[in-house]
Design a protein around this ligand. Sequence first.
Ligand SMILES: Cc1cc2nc3c(=O)[nH]c(=O)nc-3n(C[C@H](O)[C@H](O)[C@H](O)COP(=O)(O)OP(=O)(O)OC[C@H]3O[C@@H](n4cnc5c(N)ncnc54)[C@H](O)[C@@H]3O)c2cc1C
Length: 329
Amino acid sequence: MREIIIIGSGPAGFTAAIYAARAGLSPLLLASSVQAGGELMNTTEVENFPGFPDGIQGPELMMKLQEQAEKFGTEVILDDVTSVDFTGEVKKVETGYSGTFEARSVIFATGSAYRKLGLPDEERLSGRGVSWCATCDGFFFKTKTIAVVGGGDSAMEEATFLTRFADKVYVVHRKDTLRASKIMQERAFANEKIEFVWNSEVVGISGENAVEGLTLKSTTDGSTSELPVQGLFVAIGNDPRVHLVHGQLDLTVDGTIAVAGRSSKTNLEGVFAAGDVVDPQYRQAVTAAASGTVAALDAEHFLAALDQVEDGETARVIADVVDELVAAD
Ligand SMILES: Cc1cc2nc3c(=O)[nH]c(=O)nc-3n(C[C@H](O)[C@H](O)[C@H](O)COP(=O)(O)OP(=O)(O)OC[C@H]3O[C@@H](n4cnc5c(N)ncnc54)[C@H](O)[C@@H]3O)c2cc1C
């Protein structure tokens, strides 16, 4: 049986692996077969990860994290976890092709997925004008004209934040009222750089190598129109990847895994969670990495405490046997 299994190969999973491996726990990291490396594999330049003053390409950063984790003894398997049983003392993790693994502890770091519009050119132009994260990419849109899709709090927050860089921000919304809280709406309405495009949905994104415009379709009469923009921020929600642990781990109202205070401890002993799957708010590579550190340290302390209990039990059993032998003499 393993000491620790880490599920997920984003910044949280690999950072947890670096710490666990350096603590001598020989972690097994299950990295997924098609999405290994996590969300940063979908982006180009990462300019806000500390330590890279000239920026670094997302996939290169993830390769470096993997290299660092493997250097200290992490075993990485490119396979998907298909089911888990975390309820007993022995944690069971079943994979698509590599069989079932068992461990005394688990770190769950499966991240979260930004909801997509589902348009054919969305993926192709991801990192080339299409983004899901204003904090990450806003800086690249200085003096540009851009659009934000969505009508909730996060869309208003992204739009307002983006006016720091862009000259003009359109908010495209399929209805004529917003879901966002009153205060967020008021802030957006008061911002002169923001213009609302009501009753409209984005049905096309144009541009060869970068976003050049959007095709909008009216939700009232079905007519279409073109909106020239150089950027599109999709802010229609985010889904933490928790389907594997439904019914086992407690969730928050945001749908993230519930952890105790600032720790990574879930409701089940020996099961820790880290990264975007526990974070409804910050969702940055560096916060995910920090959260991975917390999880590895929590797991290390848990295993050390378990060892002490087991050592104590072994000592008690030996003492009982010695007592019995002495009595038999
Ligand atoms: C386009 C884009 C650009 C971004 N740019 C930046 C940026 O510039 N700077 C920044 O700080 N942040 C950026 N972010 C946010 C950042 O990528 C995330 O906050 C960060 O990756 C979260 O790390 P994580 O380890 O929690 O999850 P993820 O990176 O999402 O990794 C989760 C991992 O779990 C794996 N997994 C899920 N289910 C299973 C399963 N069943 N079996 C095995 N593995 C599984 C996934 O395949 C993935 O490898 C960006 C995000 C996007 C989408």
